[in-house]
Design a protein around this ligand. Structure first.
Ligand SMILES: Cc1cc2nc3c(=O)[nH]c(=O)nc-3n(C[C@H](O)[C@H](O)[C@H](O)COP(=O)(O)OP(=O)(O)OC[C@H]3O[C@@H](n4cnc5c(N)ncnc54)[C@H](O)[C@@H]3O)c2cc1C
Ligand SMILES: NC(=O)c1ccc[n+]([C@@H]2O[C@H](COP(=O)([O-])OP(=O)(O)OC[C@H]3O[C@@H](n4cnc5c(N)ncnc54)[C@H](O)[C@@H]3O)[C@@H](O)[C@H]2O)c1
Length: 443
């Protein structure tokens, strides 16, 4: 086997297959492990954790006394460099891979035909086939003047050793809102610029509204429905022209989505379109004869857990083990803002668009016993397929929204009847007890 791209899924898959005695070559042109450990999930959650500590400390007043707080970015930058990324060195991951029996090659890989891959003039021929896990790069929107300015993507933002005084964030998706809130909590003056009419637009409107309220209260300017006309950089200052309005800042973070690494991969040599937004895969992750694809490039959800899930589906297929095929009805997603915005399955709008007879139920977490005690904000919203009496989607927003989601993910995945969910006992006073109130609200 040859695995091109060793993101979270590719690394796990190559390791598993080598463990079964197959000859496996794994190729990566950058860092083994991909975006998640070096520029994505792990360091960004270290930043979020640090920022949440500051916010928690500031909540002491009125509940537990006083705190004299001095925020410092230095321990965050040190932790990311020393603990998370080894100063962006993947030797530990390479050693782990090689110890597992994978032949590791650093370089840019290209398909040259079915089951054949070229890296730096060397051709590798696979008996069984090739797995693609090439992931994504940060996308730059086509904005006049942007090219040639020293704008940040998630990679520069994660590696920052000093914070700017002010920051414009282009894009109010997961990357944008997580980093905007965290940097603001460290004292950065942040403006979020979003072209859609709300931040986190694919999520429930109630989630977007609540988070916009929280971010605004924390001093972040959230501008939605705006178009970035032009960007200029002069004398250490970015000027962002928003079609009539101008915003200036020391730094500009582009968090406007991702571009799949499909160009220059030789897809045309196996009959696939290198200009496509995603590689089409079936429920066993097959993309062609002797070809599998996993991770962000499949367009099934740009999350580490999806990449790893698909790796296990592909591994079963390659090993001829049978077992469950890929099923995306219950893909969980958590934006690690504070409160966390967690959701699984369909939103109300998606369920209605799918032609389902829908009942929805929701509840205000702040009005629940635990929410009131905690002085927390949030909500639970449930989307039921009324004809089948099962949840097809759910949202949990709150201080532990991602944890509350686990129960809802089980319900959607296992199609637990809402009648059964309504007959359960929910511990008092927990955040997840709000699920019971939302069930009672279904109509
Ligand atoms: C700031 C940020 C925060 C995130 N936070 C979360 C989170 O909290 N939770 C979550 O689930 N997800 C999160 N994500 C998303 C997550 O990082 C990705 O979904 C995850 O990395 C899975 O990607 P992947 O497996 O498709 O490959 P990637 O991680 O993108 O890795 C692909 C690898 O392929 C290599 N490659 C590409 N082309 C070639 C080639 N031709 N030859 C050789 N090698 C090649 C690249 O060098 C790279 O190492 C976050 C992303 C960002 C940017
Ligand atoms: N907690 C998590 O699981 C997590 C965290 C970060 C990222 N991710 C994953 O990484 C992926 C990439 O995240 P992302 O936030 O970069 O992308 P995204 O696609 O989620 O959001 C990009 C946002 O930028 C906006 N945008 C695009 N062009 C714009 C422009 N010219 N001006 C203003 N706004 C513009 C879009 O409308 C969108 O709201 C996501 O799809 C997500 O799955 C996950």
């Amino acid at each position: 086997m040859v695995v091109i791209g060793l993101g979270p899924g590719g690394e796990a898959l190559a390791t598993e297959l080598a463990g079964t005695g197959l000859d496996v070559v794994g190729v990566d042109r950058r860092l083994v492990g991909g975006e998640c450990p070096y520029y994505g999930c792990v360091p960004s959650k270290m930043i979020v954790r640090a920022a949440d500590l500051l916010a928690e400390a500031s909540r002491v007043q009125g509940m537990a006394g006083d705190v004299d707080l001095t925020a410092s970015w230095q321990p965050v930058a040190e932790r990311i460099s020393n603990e998370a990324t080894d100063d962006w060195d993947d030797q530990v991951a390479v050693d782990r891979l090689v110890d597992a029996g994978v032949g590791f090659v650093r370089g840019h890989a290209r398909l040259t035909g079915p089951r054949t891959v070229e890296v730096a003039g060397q051709t590798y021929v696979a008996r069984i086939g090739v797995v693609l896990n090439t992931g994504t790069e940060p996308a730059a929107p086509p904005v006049d003047g942007l090219d040639g300015t020293p704008y940040w993507t998630n990679r520069e933002a994660i590696a920052a050793t000093e914070l700017p005084a002010s920051l414009v964030v282009v894009g109010g998706g997961a990357v944008g809102v997580e980093l905007a809130q965290a940097f603001a909590r460290f004292g950065v003056q942040v403006t979020v610029v979003e072209v859609a009419d709300r931040i986190l637009a694919p999520e429930e409107p109630e989630s977007s509204q609540l988070l916009t309220r929280v971010l605004t209260r924390e001093g972040i300017r959230v501008l939605t429905g705006v178009t970035v006309k032009e960007v200029a950089y002069d004398d250490g200052q970015f000027t962002v022209d928003l079609d009539g309005r101008t915003v200036t800042a020391d730094r500009l973070l582009v968090a406007a989505g991702r571009r799949p690494n499909l160009a220059d991969l030789g897809l045309e040599t196996v009959g696939l379109d290198p200009r496509a937004r995603a590689v089409g895969v079936d429920e066993r992750m097959r993309a062609g004869d002797g070809l599998w694809a996993i991770g962000d490039i499949t367009g099934k959800g740009a999350f580490t857990h999806v990449s790893m899930y698909q790796a296990s589906v592909a591994a079963r297929d390659i090993r001829g083990l049978g077992g469950p095929t890929a099923d995306y009805r219950a893909v969980p997603r958590v934006t690690f803002s504070d409160p966390e915005i967690a959701a699984v399955g369909m939103t109300e709008r998606q369920a209605r668009a799918a032609g389902l007879r829908v009942r929805v139920g929701s509840t205000d977490l702040g009005a629940s016993a635990r929410g009131w005690i905690h002085r927390g904000e949030g909500l639970v919203k449930l989307v039921e397929d009324a004809d089948r009496g099962v949840l097809v989607g759910a949202t949990a927003v709150g201080p532990s929204g991602g944890e509350v989601l686990s129960a809802l993910a089980v319900a959607v995945h296992a199609e637990v009847p809402t009648a059964t969910l309504g007959s359960m006992i929910y511990a008092y006073p927990t955040f997840h007890r709000a699920i019971e109130s939302a069930l009672a609200d279904l109509s």
